[in-house]
Design a protein around this ligand. Structure first.
Ligand code: PGA
Length: 250
């Protein structure tokens, strides 16, 4: 049985003071989180602070992006070994905001995915369709294309050591959540694609849902058979709300 996982994607939010309070409050509530694995992904500059505060806890941490390059003249970029230096477990790759605002292509996302795994960390691979793509009936086609970029270059074996996050772009930060049935259908489609190549790996991989998950809708989403937890944006910035989501799979 897959263990549920809830990861907070803080995006470009926080400050030393705000993070200190948020992490203290989350840590204080962790006793009642019994089944779920938990992680947080702060902005790069707060990884040291996060590591210091979470070092002796059950909460893992990670980054929101990474360079595919190992080192060199890449002004403003952060390399895999730097994230290892700060004890990261996870690295989000291919978030829709990276794809739409910063030009992360399927090929670049696959390179980042490979770099993260080569560095001994776990990529959280985000896939998901836009509103227009869903309206046009292209949801499965888009998700398959995004997944194939990794599968063809890295092979099915690479999926054994990653997390997949299905995040319909139209549900991110909009308050418009996919229904549990809509999300489940795409999760089952993703697992089916993987199962066609290796059923054991498909059965094992955690597939998270992301897009306006809140304390009030997490339970019904996580109750679906192929939804193994969530990638949480806005609601990850409020300790009580985030903890309610982490307790949802109990
Ligand atoms: P949201 O963001 O929960 O604020 O919709 C989710 C995400 O972008 O990972």
């Amino acid at each position: 049985m897959r263990q549920p996982l809830v990861v907070g994607n803080w995006k470009m939010n926080g400050s030393r003071q705000v993070n200190q309070t948020l992490l203290t409050e989350i840590l204080a509530g962790m006793d009642s989180v019994t089944r779920c694995q938990v992680g947080v992904c702060p902005p790069f500059v707060y990884l040291a602070q996060t590591q210091a505060q979470l070092a002796d806890s059950r909460i893992a941490w990670g980054a929101q992006n990474v360079s595919p390059h190992a080192a060199g003249a890449y002004t403003g970029e952060i390399a895999v070994n730097m994230l290892q230096d700060f004890g990261c477990t996870y690295v989000i790759v291919g978030h829709s905001e990276r794809r739409s605002l910063y030009g992360d292509t399927d090929a670049l996302v696959a390179e980042k995915f490979a770099a993260v795994q080569a560095g001994g960390m776990i990529p959280i691979l985000c896939v998901g369709e836009t509103d227009a793509e869903r309206e046009a009936g292209h949801t499965e086609q888009v998700v398959q294309r995004q997944l194939s970029a990794v599968l063809t270059s890295q092979g099915i074996a690479s999926i054994a050591n990653c997390v997949i996050a299905y995040e319909p772009v139209w549900a991110i930060g909009t308050g418009k959540t996919a229904t549990p049935e809509q999300a489940q259908a795409v999760h089952a489609f993703i697992r089916g694609l993987l199962a066609a190549e290796d059923s054991a790996i498909a059965e094992k991989v955690q597939i998270l849902y992301g897009g306006s998950v809140k304390g009030s809708n997490a339970t019904e989403l996580f109750a679906m058979s192929d939804i193994d937890g969530g990638l949480i944006g806005g609601a990850a910035l409020k300790a009580e709300e985030f903890l309610t989501i982490c307790r949802a799979p109990e």
